[in-house]
Ligand binder design. Structure first.
Ligand code: MIC
Ligand code: SF4
Length: 635
């Protein structure tokens, strides 16, 4: 067996391990963050579980940290109180980005983890089977329920050789994205093997598994080996170590080989993480902003290299450089060893250890800016400035670029060899343990509005086409998130006015006037974030179905959980025959939903076409009931 199959087998609750078939697995650990967490905990409360049933559940507060009104702070208070009341650890704001802190303090090789954040697979760097999902799946897992998913195919990525100086783990995952594209990982786990694996430290592995989310993959995973042991020892968690790897004769569904020694520094160009070019091809481009940080590249070693590059130099006069350390642990260590002083002295704007500019929480660049970031997503408008062009690069590329003001290939620059520390500074004083708190009252601010509930599937599903969208629509298109909107993550009615804003600013108004309808889209609809808001807001607007050429995994599950039909064109050419405002109807919907193929009538054009609903029996029950919560209620 490969490593993925071994961990699944050890956690299998039901189903057969045949790719594409539904399985259910036991979940050991869960994580939530604050921008998806309020919904997850409202749903958890609705399920009525007293105490979490997992080995470890942690609520992180790291996304909505700009407090320009009471909303975010109220949500933090709600999350802290509801978590402690139900046996969940709390990582307070200031402690760091969920995935970085999870790796440092909680990740255990061989365990399963689900998180209400699409970059949960970061923990694959420490050998966990870590999957991103909607908040409802996390709520169910916290209550002891299994996670249902389709048994993934497993792709072997064999790493051979070793990276050259100033070529990094970020360049490895950008290369994988170039080869596999943003749709290439759907329904698959990406498993890294080979001699090259041994040359990568746990945080480097975590950079690679983190951005595996951009492949659309279920997750990515590395073996647990000497590097894992060294990392856990340095975190004073040696007892959590178990060696794990694939059998020598393990079978894989697909495989690719990457020779690390042939890679060069790369960038993902606007507006997609798979639009890859060599840095050496971009050196004529003048840069306005550089942002270093995010759950992809903000580990101790990443930032130490940045500090060494910046030491004694000054950021280019035309560049604004920001640095956000990944965690309090990283931040404290940089402060103690003087690296922070070198960053500040160079002119870097040091931000708190949180998601920050990655989710548009401040630092939106100027109009038409070129912004170079060490993050994982460069989707259109995600930075908060729609006219900006965002490029994704390694910390080394970012630091040299910030000094020169133009894209700079770091492989032609000085190399600073920073080693992993033998011990990290351990201070968990911002992690609250539920056992230390008694008689907790849950605090609820006025911004927390009830989440919308669907109704049971009607006999006829009928509506106008309210939007005809292209390929690769992201959740940042469907429900944009920025410093202005993130405070309303617990207020679906407020958010609804901004639904699809970057695609069509009139969409929300139209949906409200028509009292709902249908969305038609191209392939990979809903890629990106795990935010349920990208399903709950359309539900609130009365969207009954999305008909697309294909869907991204987490978003498709979120639509089903909300009772919205995710239908796939049987013949992609039927997409071309549909126009905005056409009226589409599914007659005998309650009958048809039992079938794999469903007939849709284009009432306006008087033609019919077929769509495919390839889901499990369980999911059909959810759609009939109008979503998971209705289904559970009726049970
Ligand atoms: C993201 O990177 O897009 C986020 C913000 O972390 C999201 C979660 C969210 O929308 O709150 C994710 O990746 O799931
Ligand atoms: Fe936070 Fe960005 Fe990572 Fe999402 S991708 S968890 S917003 S740092």
């Amino acid at each position: 067996m490969n490593l993925t199959q071994k961990i699944i087998k050890a956690h299998l609750v039901s189903g057969e391990m045949i790719p594409g078939k539904e399985i259910a697995i036991k979940i050991d650990q869960t994580l939530t963050q604050d921008s998806t967490g309020t919904m997850a905990y409202l749903q958890f409360e609705a399920l009525g579980t007293d105490k979490v049933k997992t080995y470890r559940s942690v609520a992180y507060i790291d996304h909505n940290t700009i407090q320009s009104g009471f909303e975010n702070a109220d949500d933090h208070a709600y999350i802290q109180s509801v978590a402690l009341k139900h046996g969940i650890y709390v990582s307070k704001p200031g402690n760091g980005i969920c995935h970085q802190v999870n790796l440092e303090r909680f990740g255990v090789p061989g365990m399963t983890l689900i998180g209400s954040d699409s970059h949960t697979p970061t923990a694959g760097g420490i050998g966990m089977l870590a999957i991103g999902s909607g908040g409802l799946d996390v709520a169910v897992a916290m209550g002891g329920g299994a996670l249902h998913l389709n048994m993934p195919k497993v792709v072997k990525v064999e790493l051979v050789g070793a990276l050259r100086p100033n070529v990094t783990a970020k360049d490895v995952i950008l290369e994988v994205l170039r080869v596999l594209t943003v749709k290439g990982g759907v329904g698959k786990v990406i498993e890294y093997v080979g001699e090259g694996v041994k040359t990568l430290t746990v945080p480097e592995r975590a950079t690679i598994t983190n951005m595996g989310a951009e492949l659309g993959a279920t997750t990515s995973i590395f073996p647990s080996d000497e590097q894992t042991l060294a990392f856990l020892k340095a975190q004073n968690r040696e007892q959590d170590y178990t060696p794990l790897c694939a059998d020598d004769d393990a079978q894989y569904d697909e495989s690719i080989t990457i020779d690390l020694s042939t890679l060069c520094p790369l960038a993902a160009c606007p507006h997609s993480p798979d639009n890859i070019k060599k840095i050496s091809e971009l050196t004529d481009i003048k840069v306005d902003q550089v942002c270093i940080g995010s759950c992809t590249n903000s580990s101790y070693r990443d930032l130490m290299k940045v500090a060494r590059i910046l030491k004694g130099k000054t950021v280019n006069p035309n560049v604004s450089l920001t640095i956000s350390p990944g965690s309090k642990q990283v931040f404290t260590m940089l402060a103690r060893n003087g690296a922070l002083a070198d960053m500040i002295a160079s002119g870097a704007r040091v931000l708190e250890c949180a998601c920050g500019p990655c989710i548009g929480m401040g630092q939106s660049p100027k109009n038409n800016a070129v912004s170079v970031r060490t993050f994982n997503r460069n989707f259109y408008a995600r930075s908060g400035t729609a006219s900006a062009s965002v490029y994704l690069v390694s910390p080394e590329t970012a630091a040299y670029t910030a000094l020169n003001g133009y894209f700079t290939d770091p492989s032609a620059c000085e190399f600073y060899d920073v080693q992993m520390p033998e011990s990290f500074e351990i201070n968990d004083n911002l992690i609250l343990k539920p056992e230390d708190f008694k008689d907790i009252e849950v605090t609820r601010g006025p911004n927390i509005k009830p989440f919308p509930l669907n109704t049971a599937l009607p006999e006829t599903v009928k509506g106008e086409v309210l939007l005809k969208a292209e390929d690769n629509i992201t959740t940042d298109h469907i429900m944009p998130s920025n410093a202005r909107l993130l405070p309303y993550r617990s207020n679906i009615p407020y958010l609804s006015d901004y639904c699809m804003n970057p695609v069509d600013p009139e969409f929300a108004k139209r949906a409200k006037e028509k009292k709902g309808g249908i969305i038609v889209a191209g392939s990979n609809y809903g890629q990106g974030s795990s935010r349920e808001h990208a399903a709950l807001v359309p539900l609130y607007l009365g969207i009954k179905a999305v008909i697309a050429k294909s869907f991204a995994r987490i978003h498709r599950d979120n639509l089903i959980n909300s009772g919205i039909l995710p239908l796939v064109f049987e013949n992609e050419s039927d997409y071309d025959n549909i126009d905005m405002a056409d009226v589409l109807a599914i007659e005998n919907a309650t009958e048809q939903i039992n079938n794999e193929k469903i007939i849709v009538k284009n009432v306006t054009k008087n033609v019919e076409f077929t769509v495919v609903l390839s889901i499990t029996e369980r999911q059909r029950t959810f759609l009939k009931a109008g979503g998971v919560l209705n289904s559970l209620k009726s049970e």
